[in-house]
Design a protein around this ligand. Structure first.
Ligand code: ACO
Length: 402
C-alpha cells in the first residue's frame, strides 16, 4: 500500500476518497475490526472476553504496551498512575476561568492542552522516558480534570483524588462525593462503568484517533495531540452521539412516546432527523460492543427503584428499526452509544458528561495509537491531497474597480 501511495504521488495522480472510506493512512498492530462479521479485538483479544475479564487499567496496559500485564506489571502501572492523579494547584484556577455553564468537553480539551504548559518536562515526542511520563500523566490526570469540570459546573468544591481507591472508584468519588462526607461507591455501578470504559478503549482509525495521529504526525506532543482528539470526539456524529441519543429519546417521550412515528420521520429523511446511536462507518452488522452495553443497561436499570421509560422507548426503536427494510437494507444497527447514555443517566451523570466518559474510555487508545505512530519509521507528516475545483487563473481587480 505504501508503495502505491508513493507511485500515485510521483505520477501526479491522487485518489479522491472523501471521508477516507477506502484509504488506509497507516498500518497498525493495535485493534482489529471486521465490520461485516461484527468482530472487534484489541491486540488479538476479542472484546467480549476483555469486557468481562480485564479491568480498564489492564486493558489500557494491553493497548499501550502490546501485551496483557502480569500481576506485578499491572500493580506497578496502577501505582504509577495513582501517583500522578493530582493537578498542580495553579492548574485548578482554569476551572474558575471558564463560564459555569460551559460544556465539559471543551473544558476537558482545553485542560488537556494546558498540560503542555504545566508539565514541560515531558513534551519531547522522541524521548521515550518523556513519552512514558506523559502517558502516565494523561491516564492519571484526565479523570481528575473530568471530575473538576463537572464539579465546577454545579458550583461544588473540588475533591482531591483519593489514591487508595481504584481508578473508577476514585473518579466516581471525585465526581459525586462532597468534602467532609464519606462517599460509598456502588460497586455494581463501578463495575459497569469500568466495563464501559473497556468497550470504548480503542476503535482503530476513527475520527478522533485519526486526528490524534494526524496532529502527532507533525511531531506535536502527546498532550497537544490528545487534546485535538477530544475536540474531534465532541461532534454528534462521533462521541457526541451518546448525548444526542438521550436528547432524541427525551424528545420522543415529550412528544407522547411514539417510537413508530419517530421512525417514520427518520425514513422520510426529515431535515436533521436521524436515528442517533444507529449506523457505523465500519460495522455493517450488530456492533459487538452494543450487545454488551444493551445487557448492562438492562441490568443497571432493573436495579433502579423507578424504571426509566426511556429504556422502553429505546428498545421499541431498536425493535422497529431491526424489522424495517430502510434500516436493514442500509445495514444500520445499534452502535456502542445507543444504550450507554441510559446507563450513565441511571448512575447520575448529567447528559453533558456522557461524551466526557467516552473520552475517558478512549484515552488509552489515543495514547497507544500516537505511540505507535511516532515509533513507526513509515510515518510521514499527514498531508492529504485535494481536487481543486475553484476558478482558473484570474486577473486581479483593484478594489475601486470591483
Ligand atoms: N439514521 C438514519 N439513517 C442513517 C443513519 C441513521 N443513524 N446512519 C446512516 N443512515 C443512512 C444515510 O442517510 C444513508 O442513506 P442513503 O444511502 O439513503 O443516503 C446511508 O444510511 C449510509 O449512511 P452514511 O451517512 O453514508 O454512512 P457513514 O458511514 O458516512 O456514517 C455515521 C456513519 C456517521 C455513524 C452515521 O451512521 C450516523 O450519522 N449515525 C448516527 C450518529 C451516531 O450514532 N454516531 C456514532 C457513531 S459510532 C461512534 O462514534 C461511537
Amino acid at each position: 500500500g505504501i508503495g502505491v501511495g508513493k507511485l500515485l504521488a510521483e505520477t501526479g495522480h491522487v485518489t479522491y476518497d472523501p471521508g477516507f472510506v477506502n484509504t488506509a493512512a497507516c498500518s497498525s498492530k493495535i485493534t482489529y475490526i471486521d465490520g461485516d462479521a461484527g468482530i472487534l479485538r484489541y491486540r488479538g483479544y476479542p472484546i467480549d472476553e476483555l469486557a468481562g475479564k480485564a479491568s480498564f487499567l489492564e486493558t489500557s496496559y494491553l493497548l499501550i504496551y502490546g501485551e496483557l500485564p502480569t500481576t506485578d506489571q499491572l500493580a506497578a502501572f496502577t501505582e504509577k498512575v495513582q501517583l500522578h492523579t493530582m493537578l498542580h494547584e495553579d492548574f485548578k484556577r482554569f476551572f474558575d476561568g471558564f463560564p459555569r455553564d460551559a460544556h465539559p468537553m471543551p473544558v476537558l480539551s482545553s485542560a488537556v492542552s494546558a498540560l503542555s504548559t504545566f508539565y514541560q518536562d515531558s513534551l519531547d515526542p522522541f524521548d521515550s522516558d518523556q513519552v512514558e511520563i506523559s502517558t502516565v500523566r494523561l491516564m492519571a490526570k484526565v479523570p481528575t480534570i473530568a471530575s473538576y469540570a463537572y464539579k465546577t459546573s454545579i458550583g461544588q468544591p473540588l475533591l482531591y483524588p483519593d489514591n487508595t481507591r481504584s481508578y473508577v472508584d476514585n473518579f466516581l468519588r471525585m465526581t459525586f462525593g462532597v468534602p467532609a462526607a464519606s462517599y460509598d461507591v456502588d460497586p455494581a455501578f463501578a463495575k459497569v462503568l469500568d466495563t464501559l470504559l473497556v468497550l470504548h478503549a480503542d476503535h482503530e482509525q476513527n475520527c478522533s484517533t485519526s486526528t490524534v495521529r494526524l496532529v502527532g504526525s507533525g511531531q506535536a506532543n502527546l498532550f497537544a495531540s490528545v487534546s485535538a482528539g477530544v475536540h474531534a470526539l465532541s461532534g454528534p456524529l462521533h462521541g457526541g452521539a451518546n448525548e444526542a441519543v438521550l436528547q432524541m429519546l427525551g424528545a420522543i417521550q415529550a412528544d407522547g412516546g411514539d417510537a413508530a412515528s419517530f421512525v417514520r420521520r427518520v425514513k422520510a429523511k426529515e431535515q436533521g432527523v436521524k436515528l442517533m446511536g444507529f449506523g457505523h462507518r465500519v460495522y455493517k452488522n450488530y456492533d459487538p460492543r452494543a450487545a454488551i452495553v444493551k445487557q448492562a443497561a438492562q441490568d443497571v436499570l432493573s436495579r433502579m427503584a423507578k424504571p426509566d421509560p426511556l429504556l422502553d422507548i429505546a428498545m421499541k426503536l431498536e425493535e422497529i428499526a431491526l424489522a424495517d427494510d430502510f434500516f436493514v437494507s442500509r445495514k444500520l444497527y445499534p452502535n456502542v452509544d445507543f444504550y450507554t447514555g441510559l446507563i450513565y443517566k441511571a448512575m447520575g451523570f448529567p447528559t453533558k458528561m456522557f461524551t466526557v466518559l467516552f473520552a475517558l474510555g478512549r484515552l488509552p487508545g489515543w495514547i497507544a495509537q500516537w505511540r505507535e505512530m511516532i515509533n513507526d519509521p513509515e510515518t510521514k507528516i499527514g498531508r492529504p491531497r485535494q481536487l481543486y475545483v475553484g476558478s482558473p487563473e484570474r486577473e486581479f481587480v483593484p478594489i475601486e474597480k470591483r
